[in-house]
Write a protein of this length. Sequence first.
Length: 209
Amino acid sequence: MVKQFTSKDKVWIDESGNQIPYNRTTAIERMKEKNAFALVKKGKSITKFLAEMKEAVAKATAEVLAAEREANNVKLEGKGNYTWYNFDRSIKVQVDLSEPIKFDEIKIASAKEKLMNLIRTNINGDEFIISIAEDAFQTSSGRLDPKKILGLRKHSQRIKNEALKKEWDETMQLIDSAIYRPKSKSYYKLWVKNQDGKYEGVELNFSAL
């Protein structure tokens, strides 16, 4: 629990645990103390409101989907990406489900080493593999691109050399075993049509909730 110091406290305690008499604090320090806590209090109330708003959007979307399922006798499962509108389509509600793919670092490093060793051997007419494999393991901001790495699997049928193809498929199995999927997360967006007929987003940052 973070304590706010006020003029009622004869002693203020700093970050090192030192006790500072109130009359030795400066006017600026007192002003910062007051304003910082005021901002945090307001920020927490906004966070609470956004959490309630997110729950309201999720509930409304669930009701719409349930009604559509019942009315049309469909499951509407898919990946959970849906967009729905009000009667005159002046309001748009967008729901996107994020299903991130992560890799076990040791296993994916092993797969990369195995693959690079493989393409450095005599590949007998399958030179296209070199550029594909090197590109797949390029990082952006220190992160691998799962789509590029998983895309390597589709090239198996293009490999003519049987021995190479066997080793390639074994490496793809190692990549598959390196995959894990963190908990999926839904993102909600609200849009309102302006006078020009274009949708403008209603700023609701739910991503951190």
